[in-house]
Design a protein around this ligand. Structure first.
Ligand code: SF4
Length: 115
């Protein structure tokens, strides 16, 4: 089976052709090694870094931006978003602070600060 993918690793957006034979994936169309790795991963075990905002319980006028420290499996994204939607933090929060530890194999960290 052949899949056509757009590499999302950098803004160049190369069009990749991935030839899938069981657990073996052969990638072409990539301008660099990272595209080959992306194409293989996307066919066998797609992952994404998740970004979101969560409520700040003592600052209803603002929200805290967060992201996963590592990409997580695509099939867990909606479950993670549901968890984050139900979460609140209390200000102050500093950029880089761990908001949630060990969820779907990663941490969720603050990408902004709230005083
Ligand atoms: S293959 Fe390389 S150059 Fe092309 S979009 Fe992916 S990362 Fe960028």
């Amino acid at each position: 089976m052949t899949r056509t993918l757009t590499c999302i690793i950098c803004p160049r957006g190369c069009t990749l052709q991935a030839e899938i034979n069981g657990d073996s994936v052969s990638v072409s169309g990539n301008a660099c090694k990272r595209g080959e790795e992306y194409g293989r991963s996307e066919c066998l075990h797609p992952v994404r870094t998740v970004t979101a905002v969560i409520r700040v319980e003592n600052r209803p006028d603002c929200a805290l931006s967060v992201k996963t420290a590592q990409p997580i499996a695509k099939e867990h994204i909606f479950d993670l978003m549901a968890v984050l939607r139900g979460m609140t933090v209390k200000a102050p929060v500093a950029i880089g602070e761990v908001i949630c530890d060990n969820i779907y194999g990663t941490q969720v960290i603050a990408t902004g600060s709230v005083e």
